[in-house]
Design a protein around this ligand. Sequence first.
Ligand code: UD1
Ligand code: MN
Length: 443
Amino acid sequence: MRRKTFYLIGCLSFICWTAVLCYLFVHKPNTIKYVYKYEEVNKEVDILENELKQQLKSNEALLMTLKNIKEQIIKTGKDIKHILAENPSALSMDRTVDINKDPVICVLLFACNRITIKRNLDQLLKYRPNPRNFPIVVSQDCGHEPTRKVIQSYGEQLTLIRQPDQSDIPLTGKAKKFKGYYKIARHYGWALNQTFHTLNYDTVIIIEDDLDLSPDFFEYFRALYPLLKTDPTLYCISAWNDNGKDGLVSNEADKLFRSDFFPGLGWMLTKDIWLEFENKWPKAFWDDWIREPAQRKDRACIRPEMSRTRTFGKIGVSNGLFYEKHLKFIKLNEESVPFTQINLTYLLKENYDVDWVKTVYGSPTVTLQQLLRSDIPSDGPIRITYGSKDGYKKAAKALGLMDDFKSGVPRTGYRGVVTFMRKGRRVYLAPPPTWKQYDITWR
Ligand code: UD1
Ligand code: MN
């Protein structure tokens, strides 16, 4: 009997033990699930961090807008109501939304009658990271069938829109020979309205059919997009350096500057700015019009040291002489800079200006003659001073720079200062440190 009880207890214990083991085996803690959850949490934290960063940026932008309004109050003596009435979008929060979230930036390409647009389109498609973030719209003027066929051969990769108004523009006297510029301005006005209002894009990169592109063209604009959206003292991002000739530029592909001179030739524009322009868009010479004080309103553009575009349009609306003398020498950047990985906040006005003034006016001065003779005792950057329009022109000519002014601003000028390289040394061609503003009578 005792033995039997003993065996029974033994058997029961074994069964229980097995049952417990089975239970534990079936309900064992799911480690994979925990790893998964950990990743989920990590993601959530990342999202939160991004949102906080964005919030911070929005606050910074708002602060800058307020500072800007305060400056305007001090400068003009007008009260805040008047300033807001003149510029209703000044306090709009639109420019601060979603700047870090996957923006869609439309590329708007202007076409007329050049079948060589293929050269530009092939580069666009080769360098475009994806069609979702960078949809391409080609706007064609001139009704040139062979060009339309070339564009349409790209099928779904782009959207073709066609300027419907092909009527003649009646002009008399001297204006006659500028008809091309009237047509271009009419086309620009129509296409930009289409892009912002009908196609409803918020930001657009404007290019023309005779431009070559640098491999980091899209990376450049994508990285500068948040700056354009948040710094109210910027009104464009441009791919072009007007003095970007070989010998005048350093090979620092990542170097960027602020410029009071609107460079055009591959540039990014936001809807906010278009809303300012659309109702007063000019009949001709749209680029010079953008450079006028009434449009620029003391705002600047960002431009690279090494151009991200180059024009191959020798025969075009403006004469080929300008192309032969100048444009064809502009050096196209060939190295890809990971701009989106670089902190670019040094380009914000409040950071940049202090540094700019310090760097420019902290550089020792030499005379133009010394520079031309390479008779300079020190190493490092130097400054030459110009005190008049003719002084500037003389220096610019001797140094191989563009010597013209638009609305009193020299090409690439920032606070009157034009910078370039000479024999491997950085030079600042600068007005005296007491400089206050551009003289619009300089031309
Ligand atoms: C120059 C500028 C250009 C500017 C234009 C207007 C340079 C190198 N180029 O034009 O950026 O837009 O002045 O001030 O400084 N086009 C039309 N309709 C026409 C003729 C041309 O839409 O009837 C288009 C062309 O396809 C091209 C653009 O306008 O995309 C400029 O034309 P182009 O012939 O290249 O003139 P540029 O002298 O380069
Ligand atoms: Mn051109």
